[in-house]
Structure formats: structure tokens, C-alpha cells
Design a protein around this ligand. Structure first.
Ligand SMILES: [Zn+2]
Length: 197
């Protein structure tokens, strides 16, 4: 049986007081719930990590598709992804190198096309690289070890002045990239590449 409530309408003062009371109660409740959640997450950290790892694994394809779509459509997401990648690469340099090499191997076609594209966009630089390579082949210029660490592997010869193609510095890949970064002029990893020899 429905209870019939014969309530008088509240006065303005009563209404405000009731409002205030409810608000306080709500805030207390919210703080309680949030503290409980924090405590729970702390206690079950390991289990929760496993659960979310399992979820990621189970939803890998969908998650990747979603991330890709966001990456393609959102500038903010793109910047965030790049920043995350940069941070990860800095923290895991060796693994990052392996991944980079594997990617280049998987995408050899694309890498080669990018190289050709670069040559087209930078004809004077490409010409300087070619002249230097030719001079090395003819024995007019001798290839030198890295100026910084002395290795003979992965040697690059960046030009400071492309109009003097045989006047270069000799650096390994690592120190070539480091020198470029110090210069602070590079727009991307490949903006200023030395002739690789
Ligand atoms: Zn070096």
C-alpha cells in the first residue's frame, strides 16, 4: 500500500539547509569511496597488473586498431605517441636499436624509396655524397675511423659545407647522430645525413 506523505513544502531556509547537508554527505561518501579504491589498488597491485596485461593481450588487435585510428586522426595523440616513443627509446637504447633495424629490414622497400626521395629533394647534398664516395673508391680520399671513438664500423661522413664535397668529418653512426643533435639544426632524424661509407 502506498504511503501517502503529507509533506508541507520546505521553506527556502530549510531547502538550503537540506541541500548543504546532502552535499556534505556526498563529499564524505565520495572521499570514502576514493580512499577505499586507493587502498584496494595498493593491496591488489600485482593482480591488477596481471589482469590488465591479460586484457591488453586479449584485445591486442582491437586496441592496436583503435590506437592507429587515433594516431591518424588526432594531432594530440600523435604528439603523445611520439613523446612516449622518444622516452622509451632513451630508456632502452639497445632494444630500440634492434627494433629500428628490424623495422628497416621489414620495410626495406620503403626505406629505399625514402632514400631515393631524399636524393631528389636534396640534389646538392646527394651530389656531394656521390663525389665523396667516388673519391674514396678511387683512393683519392681515405676513409677514416670515427673521430670520437675510433671505431671503423658504420662510418658516416657528414659535410659541414656541401660545396666542398671532400671536406668532411668522419664519425660512426652513434657519434654522427650525437653531433647532429648538438648542432640542434636537425628537423628529423634524416634531415641532415652524412654520406654513409
Ligand atoms: Zn664513434
Amino acid at each position: 500500500m502506498a504511503r501517502i506523505r503529507n509533506e508541507k513544502p520546505l521553506t527556502e531556509e530549510q531547502r538550503l539547509r537540506k541541500n548543504e547537508y546532502n552535499k556534505r554527505r556526498y563529499r564524505r561518501k565520495k572521499a570514502e569511496i576514493s580512499a577505499y579504491g586507493k587502498e584496494y589498488r595498493k593491496k591488489n597491485a600485482e593482480r591488477l597488473r596481471m589482469v590488465s596485461a591479460a586484457w591488453r593481450e586479449a584485445n591486442r588487435v582491437a586496441t592496436r586498431a583503435k590506437n592507429r585510428k587515433e594516431y591518424a586522426t588526432s594531432e594530440r595523440r600523435r604528439l603523445q605517441a611520439k613523446e612516449n616513443a622518444r622516452r622509451w627509446q632513451a630508456a632502452n637504447p639497445e632494444r630500440a636499436n634492434e627494433c629500428r633495424n628490424a623495422w628497416r629490414k621489414r620495410n626495406a622497400e620503403r626505406v629505399a624509396a625514402a632514400g631515393r626521395d631524399w636524393e631528389k629533394r636534396n640534389p646538392h647534398k646527394y651530389a656531394a655524397h656521390k663525389k665523396l664516395r667516388y673519391a674514396v673508391r678511387k683512393g683519392e680520399v681515405s676513409k677514416k675511423p670515427c673521430e670520437v671513438c675510433g671505431t671503423k664500423k658504420n662510418i658516416y661522413a657528414p659535410h659541414d659545407d656541401y660545396s666542398r664535397p671532400l671536406d668532411v668529418r668522419w664519425l660512426c653512426r652513434k657519434h654522427h647522430m650525437a653531433a647532429d643533435r648538438v648542432g640542434g639544426t636537425r628537423k628529423s632524424r634524416y634531415a641532415r645525413k652524412g654520406a654513409s661509407l
